[in-house]
Ligand binder design. Structure first.
Ligand code: ZN
Length: 99
């Protein structure tokens, strides 16, 4: 995890032609999609979207190995408890080949 800058893609059209447009009152990053074909011009980076960020599952597992609880992990990484649990379950079942 050398870089903290993530490539933002529009969740509606998948374009990475996206610019950041400040933050909403609840702290979510607002973005503007510059793809003229896109049906949505603005969107927020939600926690759900963060959950699909490549490498976040690795971060969840790393915190679990270090003894962090599900709630702590979810709070620190900004994902839901359900997401943390699902990652840990996948690991237990050995179905996640990417880790
Ligand atoms: Zn778009």
């Amino acid at each position: 995890m050398a870089t903290t800058e993530t490539i933002i893609k529009c969740p509606y059209c998948g374009s990475d032609n996206v610019t950041k447009a400040g933050k909403s009152p609840n702290g979510a990053q607002k973005c503007t999609c510059r793809n003229p074909e896109c049906p949505h011009t603005t969107f927020q980076l939600s926690y759900t979207y963060m959950g699909s960020k490549p490498g976040i599952e690795f971060e969840v597992l790393k915190m679990a190995i270090n003894g962090s609880g599900v709630r702590d992990t979810a709070r620190v990484l900004g994902v839901s408890c359900d997401f943390v649990i699902s990652v840990l379950k996948k690991k237990e079942n050995g179905t996640n080949k990417s880790i």
